[in-house]
Design a protein around this ligand. Structure first.
Ligand code: ATP
Length: 288
């Protein structure tokens, strides 16, 4: 089986508070985008074997796709093995959820291969034990996530903007960002006062905000430079995704995004990716 495993962006990310288990309660609007890893799965191997061309991605049991296969087969009480090959396109440790998406892809593909032994609810709880973003990818549509990311409500009020992602070439640990977060200084609450939770339109001019952005930008000022540059080159709004460091700009059409891509590459030489938001059902494309 070959699966296209999409990236996501957070259109807002508001931190509500720290829990006693160390996690943070949050409220975030997430949407998948048309930037994909390809995950190939061959069942029938003797053990679980993961390979990935990207040097920063582990190939052992700490790989999130490995964890997903292991948990699925254990829960299903199957002795089968599986070979997983990941072709990475999604930048790693970038706030785009690549590893979580790969884990969701494995759970969905194995469930289909074995004739759907598990309900979506079962897959969601397996996913959550692997990572807080995995349930969102299993959900397969734009959603507002609360709790640590596991309570999901569909959000149909999104327009299909064109996206330009900028990878500023620095790397960030999500745990470090949360450690440095000062809840007294977060700003999303104010910005989201006018946010239509009744599923009317998301407006990139007013509603884009991320409580983690100031934390990451205090270490990497390039984040502020990228945001300003995107806005100067026609973006309706620009924001850091997740814990960063990827910044994205939203454009009303692909022509505008593409023009900004050319201009910014010419001036700064940043690594950039053009993509669309997937506002309909994401539906992981599983080919057999
Ligand atoms: P998070 O916010 O959950 O840390 P992210 O979206 O910023 O995630 P990922 O690309 O998912 O970033 O990678 C996070 C970490 O997980 C990296 O340090 C990477 O080495 C590790 N990892 C484990 N499995 C995978 C995988 N299949 N794909 C990408 N990274 C993986």
């Amino acid at each position: 089986m070959k699966i296209l495993s999409p990236a996501k962006v957070n259109l807002f990310l508001k931190i509500l508070g720290k829990r006693i288990d160390g996690y943070h309660d949050l409220m975030t609007l997430m949407c998948c985008i048309g930037l994909y890893d390809t995950v190939s799965i061959h069942v029938g191997h003797t053990n679980i074997d993961v390979s990935c061309s990207h040097p920063q991605v582990p190939e052992d049991e700490s790989n999130l796709a490995y964890m997903a296969a292991n948990l699925f087969l254990k829960t299903f009480e199957k002795n089968d093995g599986v070979k997983i090959v990941i072709q990475k396109q999604i930048p790693v440790a970038a706030g785009l959820g690549g590893g979580s998406s790969n884990a969701a892809a494995v759970l969905l593909a194995l469930n289909r291969y074995y004739g759907y032994p598990f309900s979506m609810q079962d897959l969601m709880s397996m996913g959550l034990s692997i990572g807080a973003d995995v349930p969102f990818f299993l959900f397969q549509k734009p959603a507002i996530a609360t709790g640590i990311g596991e309570k999901l409500e569909p959000y149909p009020g999104l327009e299909k903007f064109s996206i330009l992602l900028v990878s500023p070439g620095v790397s960030i640990s999500t745990a470090e960002v949360y450690k440095k977060l000062n809840l007294a200084l977060t700003k999303c609450k104010k910005k989201l006062k006018s946010f239509p939770l009744n599923h009317q339109r998301f407006d990139p001019r007013c509603h884009l905000c991320n409580d983690l952005e100031a934390v990451t930008a205090s270490t990497y000022p390039v984040i502020t430079t990228v945001k300003k540059a995107l806005l100067r080159h026609g973006a309706l709004g620009a924001l850091m995704s997740g814990s960063g460091p990827t910044i994205f700009g939203l454009f009303s059409d692909s022509h505008g995004a593409s023009q900004a891509n050319h201009a910014l590459f010419h001036i700064y030489g940043w690594r950039m990716y053009l993509a669309d938001m997937i506002t309909q059902d994401t539906g992981f494309d599983i080919q057999t």
